[in-house]
Ligand binder design. Structure first.
Ligand code: MN
Length: 258
């Protein structure tokens, strides 16, 4: 009796022992083989995020006379708002492809294919302008970088003035509409580049030089035409007067740590 119960118990236990590793194995193998897929599926099953126009931290007239109030009002309220609206439409149409993604993840995920064109143009427009507003401001006397960013600029370009020369040249050389950038690549090196339209260095499947943008200047005519007409050089020169280097440094410090 005791022996039979013992056998029965051990049999059940043995069965349990057999079952449980199988069950564990199944879970483990599912987890280990499908983990990245599951992550993608998890993201893909989510609906895309809805983006909103970020409020300006300063008044439309705060950057005058370097950038005039009317340009700011139209640029922020009309142009950037349109990028946000069209990004949200494009994301809805793209369905699960960019589900649950933050704007930076969308930038990295999109390709140069026509299917991604709406998200590329308008997602780029949203990211680029958000950075542009954040790195400008009047309430600052930080006309030059400091700290580790200053050291990196000197080491990479020779001096702050040489950096300005190269950045200005990139902004001037961009034919038509686009942006010039100061970015940090994945090897931790600063570089200057320029991109057409609303492309940016986060779009690693699209641009020649990819990295984390620290600073970007909009050289679309809508950024300067009301005040400067065709004089892009005057606008680029004025841009340095409203640059918040403390913000650029924050982005640099974050990018070098992470
Ligand atoms: Mn613009």
């Amino acid at each position: 009796m005791k022996k039979r119960e013992f056998l029965k118990t051990t049999g059940l236990l043995a069965l349990g022992v057999v079952l449980s590793p199988l069950a564990a194995c199944k879970t483990t193998s599912n987890t280990s083989t499908n983990d990245p897929k599951n992550d993608n599926n998890a993201a893909a099953n989510q609906t895309p995020k809805t983006f909103v126009l970020p409020a300006l931290e300063y008044g439309f007239d705060a950057l005058a006379p370097h950038i005039d109030a009317e340009t700011m009002q139209i640029h922020h309220g009309k142009h950037h708002q349109a990028y946000v609206n069209n990004l949200n439409k494009g994301l809805t149409e793209a369905g699960a492809k960019f589900g649950g993604m933050e704007i930076e993840q969308i930038m990295a995920a999109l390709s140069a294919d026509d299917a991604d064109k709406v998200v590329r143009n308008n997602g780029g427009g949203h990211f680029n302008h958000s950075l542009y507003w954040r790195t400008m401001g009047a309430a600052t006397d930080k006309k030059t970088p400091s700290g580790l960013l200053s050291e990196a600029i000197n080491a990479t370009f020779g001096s702050f003035d040489k950096f300005k020369e190269q950045f200005t040249a990139a902004a001037m050389a961009r034919f038509g509409s686009g942006w010039a950038w100061l970015s940090l690549n994945k090897d931790g090196k600063l570089f200057i580049s320029s991109t057409p339209n609303q492309d940016n260095p986060l779009m690693s499947k699209v641009v020649e030089q990819s990295g984390t943008p620290l600073l970007g200047i909009d050289v679309w005519e809508h950024a300067y035409y009301l005040n400067y007409q065709n004089r892009r050089a005057d606008y680029v020169a004025a841009f340095y007067n409203v640059l918040r280097w403390d913000r650029v440094e924050e982005l640099f410090n974050k990018a070098t740590k992470g």
